[in-house]
Write a protein that binds this ligand. Sequence first.
Ligand code: ADP
Ligand code: MG
Length: 201
Amino acid sequence: MPPTAAEEAEKGDRPAAAFRTDEFRTGRSQIVGPDTPESPFPIALAGQVQKGFGRGGKDLGCPTANLPDESITPISSVAKTGVYYGYAQVIPLEDNTDLRQEDIQVLPMVMSLGWNPFYKNKCLTAEIHVMHDFKTDFYGFEMRALVLGYIRPELDYTSREALIEDIEVDKRVALNCLERPRYQAYANDPHFSLRSRLVVL
Ligand code: ADP
Ligand code: MG
């Protein structure tokens, strides 16, 4: 068993991510994992969307909603770092919101669980890209997610093009994976809701 993200965080000096190679790209499958989610999945996450460090999510065509540190434990304590897929939902805190009905549905997502370069790679972050065209930002809103499977390890990139290309493949793989009925069923899981548990102060 590879170490969980939390175990790696304890060690302090962790190995650098492998470099992304052309063999990795050309060898990528379009669908991964078993036909039914297996332990430790599904993993439920919930938290208030935080401002990140603008490390290029939107510039890469892939904005990522950052989850607060304390909301990461359910995954970092059982899983390694890398790219995952599942479902997510944005839940407004108040009734008056700019989000449209289609924005608050349960939607497919890809998530990266990785090391935050801003903190010299000592802190873990979980960032979720929802595969949906939101017309507005939703900082401060509650996000709920069910992580259903693992796509690939964290990699280091020598070019921006290679990174963008891999993200595009990740999104396609995630959609293919979620089309399987046993995965699709989780879109109706009671973890999702139209009411936030967060208290508006
Ligand atoms: P930051 O560094 O603040 O996380 P990003 O460039 O990663 O900046 O943008 C993330 C923000 O973009 C989210 O917090 C959310 O408000 C907004 N956003 C818009 N569309 C999406 C989407 N499809 N998936 C995730 N976040 C999105
Ligand atoms: Mg982000």
